[in-house]
Write a protein that binds this ligand. Structure first.
Ligand code: MLT
Length: 253
């Protein structure tokens, strides 16, 4: 299945992968601000304008479709940066298509799998979204932001909810089941000797900031923890842009 995608800018190619219930639009603001790169923004399987034929979209299946898109576009290797579920896909790429990933970015993402409680919650989420997508998206997206700042983030929350509503139920269900099945990629991260960027949120309850403590102190790993929830691109767009831009510029110069 070919992925729908958008390209922004000219220069060295960079792949930006969106998260669950999102699509390429989440990256537009950041990609438009950072000059000198050819940003490739796919809609992952079952999200945005890319349909899904699978009942389960594993991170491996998603990684395979991104690698295929890179080949179609003549991109042999590039930095791959993913938000949350997009980061899980980036990790699968770093393992299964290592030569295609020149730098790795986990943007509010991690390498650890779902625990048993989370696995149960994924199944419950499948039932909820099949009954009422609108409520699922509305409440689910709002919960990702810093709860202490919701009154200042109304516009950002409704934008995220709008993107969420653009995700078909079939895509949401296949992603929930795929994330539930994902394995632990911590070793793959530790073995990845090329530059790694990790951006986390102090108030993120999906990817908790303690993830930083699992990372080895090595000079190829750059970690930043921002004062926000899970949605740094909307909650802290300037800081997100600054750290991504610095990472790319440093590693290409
Ligand atoms: C995401 O933002 O992609 C998801 O919340 C990640 C997850 O549920 O594990």
């Amino acid at each position: 299945m070919s992925l729908h995608y958008k390209e922004i800018g000219e220069g060295e190619p960079v792949i930006l992968l969106h998260g669950f219930l999102e699509n390429h639009k989440m990256w537009l603001n950041i990609a438009e601000q950072i000059k000198g790169f050819r940003f490739i923004l796919p809609d992952l399987l079952g999200h945005g304008a890319t349909p899904t034929v699978n009942k389960v979209n594993t991170m491996e299946e998603q990684a395979k479709s991104v690698a295929e898109l890179m080949r179609e576009l003549g991109v042999g290797k590039a930095p791959v940066i993913g938000h949350s579920m997009g980061g899980y896909v980036a990790m699968a790429m770093a393992r299964d298509y290592a030569s295609m990933v020149s730098q790795l970015g986990l943007f509010f993402s991690k390498t650890t799998p779902d625990n048993e409680v989370k696995k149960q919650q994924r199944l419950e989420a499948v039932r909820v979204v099949q009954r009422n997508k609108k409520t699922f998206v509305k409440l689910g997206m709002r919960a990702l932001f810093d709860q202490g700042k919701l009154s200042h983030l109304r516009k950002e929350v409704s934008l995220a909810q709008e993107w969420g509503m653009e995700t078909p139920v079939s895509g949401i269900v296949a992603a929930l089941k795929g994330m539930r099945e994902r394995g632990d990629t911590t070793r793959d991260l530790v073995e990845f000797a090329k530059p790694i960027l990790v951006i986390l949120g102090e108030k993120d309850t999906t990817v908790e900031p303690v993830f930083a403590e699992m990372l080895p102190a090595r000079e190829n790993i750059h970690v930043h923890t921002l004062p926000c929830g899970h949605m740094g691109h909307l909650e802290k767009p300037h800081l997100s842009q600054k750290y991504i831009s610095e990472f790319l510029v440093r590693n290409f110069s």
